[in-house]
Write a new protein. Sequence first.
Length: 357
Amino acid sequence: MTNVIHLSTPSRINPQEARLGALLSCFSEHRRFVDDVFWLKENAEILNILESTGTKLGSDALDAYTGFYASVEKRMRFFPQYYRFFLGIVLDLEDLGMPGTEGEKLVHWACDQSLPQAELSDLQRTEAVRLLSRRGVTPNGDIHALEARARHFMARSDTFALPNKKAAYELTHLVFYLSEYGRRDPQIDDAAKRSLHFAGLLAFIEQNADLLAEICIAMRYAGETPPTLWTDWLKRETALFTVTEGQTVSVQDDYHEFLVCNWHQATIGEAAFVKSVLADRMRFDRSTGRATPMREMSEAMFNLDDARSGDWMSMRLQMEDALSPEAMTVLAQAETSSRHFADFFHGFARAAPKTLH
């Protein structure tokens, strides 16, 4: 009798590298056209996440960007209003392993054209400073004054006790830029750390995984440990994403939340981007059925008028009467999640508004 033994030849491609390669192919070739500004946005985001987490890619993962890289100087000269997208993509491609020196050339061109000085927003100027510094270039202008204004904004915790997603996202991005995405100590003071807690409490109460993931990442970059309840919830939400493939699927989806939730997983040392994906058109959808107590909570507080108090312990029973059981469960979890909850609620309550003249 002859025994035939079949040997399985192990794949030389790491499964994680294959998934990331497929994910990059999806964003670079199958969701949008390269001339679409949303193509720039989506690809800048995923490449930034992979670069900032030190992700190792397979040798062919960046091949889909070869044509873009070859034409990027022409594109940036014609569309200088998008220079931050172009710089971010090119610098990340090079730092992820794409050969070439286009990034240094484009950084010097952006500086020579004074593009950072064309920004009205301190946040965008801070991003520009960070981008140019990646190739050793410092733009004109008072960088110290710019940073001082950013830190003043971050330290005003009252701003972040009220629903304001724009302000909250600006807070997280300032931490990203000042820390060089976790590469150095951004020297965030206690007031700014309290701001991160306030913004995180609002995001958790709203069950906004997109914003909460960014806040938890920013907290880690700032040397602050995010509440375990928040990170555990984000881990569950990341696992609940669904990925749908097909040439006709809509890309008006939750791709950004998918990316930042997986970024958070990578930041805390957990496996990221483990969903099965294809090098094809895909959409990304978050879980459904999340309780959203923010609207209920705001309406209940508003309707209390002069009976409203900034003292959480005196208001807790009134909240229990006014909110649905699902909403109250989330609020009770928020209460136990952060040591700053009482101070946060005092600001959220707006119990003693100033008289407007």
